[in-house]
Design a protein around this ligand. Structure first.
Ligand code: MRU
Length: 362
């Protein structure tokens, strides 16, 4: 091992305690953790309306595919309580409008649309209008609880794939902050750590939003899991010169053929892992699988503002007239993925469709 790489010592963490929560539902309000300020400030702000939830998702105060699905579900629960309606038709029209508003926030993660459709099924069943607010709240809480259970199942299944003393590399943040709690890719690391299997984790910084450096590092820190941050362009060098046992990432949408959309930079990492013969795992719940989209070519890729690339925390890096691109996600072809770790089992990407087509997404 080159002497330039300093191995992190084991840190004392908050193992055994519950992971941080990206949001909390209390007394009919959604408190959202302002992830843009992490790790410097830990601050929750209250959302009382679906519009506030939509803004929190669009502006990335809350982010990560399962977390935005859960937040949108609570957004609809809030919409049902926002005001009084003259008649049931006006109430349903308001809920439909709220659903449209929440669905227009971010296009790539399918969990958002999955959660909104699941919630909408409740008012399509035409229950008495007086019951609807309660039913929507109960459904959002069910989506929340199911996501935590799914992440734990994924964590346990993924941990079994890792050798003892594993060195893992991850990209972006697929942790408790990106889900209802626990995490998908970070959930695998968490479960493996609980079994004493993790030696250390390489965390890609994940430009431009720095989800790795700010959020994944913060979560691992709290768990006492040894980690080192890499800028994204260091991954090739590390995979070539170090022992890395696996790359594990989350997903925003997995097409029927296994092609997977995840944070920009995931595709390059998959190519590098393939070249260096390092297993490349995608960890995601069934709510991230979109069997209606046959291949990755059909996945909409969010383009965000160039300003987010040209500046870091308000500081302009590039010349005043510089232009930039900002695709927020990319698609990793199925053939570069060793296995997809889901809450319904671990599958080769080619088997995903046949294994899951009968699985009912509640
Ligand atoms: O833009 P973000 O921060 O919402 O992107 C998040 C990711 O790409 C995650 O890897 C993905 O949502 C999986 S989260 C369990």
């Amino acid at each position: 091992m080159p002497s330039t790489i300093r191995r992190p010592g084991l840190k004392r963490g908050r193992q055994g305690k519950s992971p941080v929560q990206a949001y909390r539902w209390r007394n009919g309000r959604l408190a959202v953790l302002e992830q843009r300020e992490l790790p410097r400030h830990v601050r929750y702000f209250q959302c009382r309306t679906h519009g506030q939830v939509a803004r929190a998702i669009r502006d990335m105060s809350i982010r990560g595919a399962p977390a935005i699905g859960c937040a949108a579900a609570f957004g609809l629960a809030l919409a049902a309580r926002e005001r009084a309606f003259k008649n049931p038709a006006a109430f349903i029209a308001h809920l439909e409008e709220a659903k449209k508003h929440l669905g227009a926030t971010r296009p790539t993660a399918v969990n958002l649309f999955w959660a909104l459709e699941r919630m909408a099924r409740l008012w399509k069943k035409s229950p008495p209008a007086a019951d609807l607010a309660h039913l929507l709240e109960r459904e959002a809480l069910a989506i929340h609880a199911e996501d935590i259970a799914s992440c734990r199942t994924i964590g346990d299944a993924g941990a079994k794939l890792l050798p003892r003393n594993a060195v893992v590399l991850t990209h972006c943040n697929a942790g408790a902050l990106a889900t209802a709690g626990y995490g998908t890719a970070v959930g695998v690391i968490r479960s493996a750590q609980a079994r004493g299997k993790i030696k250390s984790v390489y965390v890609d910084e994940t430009r431009p939003y720095l989800q790795g450096a700010r959020l994944t590092a913060w979560e691992l820190e709290q768990e006492g899991i040894p980690y080192e941050i890499l800028t994204d362009n260091m991954a090739g060098h590390i995979l070539k010169t170090e022992k890395v046992d696996a790359v594990i990432v989350g997903a925003d949408r997995i097409a029927a053929n296994g092609d997977t959309a995840n944070k920009i930079g995931t595709y390059s990492l998959a190519v590098l892992a393939h070249y260096h013969r390092v297993p490349f795992y995608v960890a995601a719940p069934l709510s991230t699988v979109d069997l209606a989209t046959s291949t990755g070519a059909g996945i909409p890729i969010e383009e965000r503002s160039a300003e987010e690339v040209l500046t870091v925390r308000g500081l302009r890096l590039a010349p005043a007239d510089a232009r930039a691109r900002h695709p927020a996600f990319d698609v990793t072809p199925a053939r570069l993925i060793t296995a997809i770790i889901t809450d319904r089992g671990v599958f080769a990407p080619a088997k995903l469709h046949s294994k899951l087509k009968g699985a009912r997404v509640p």
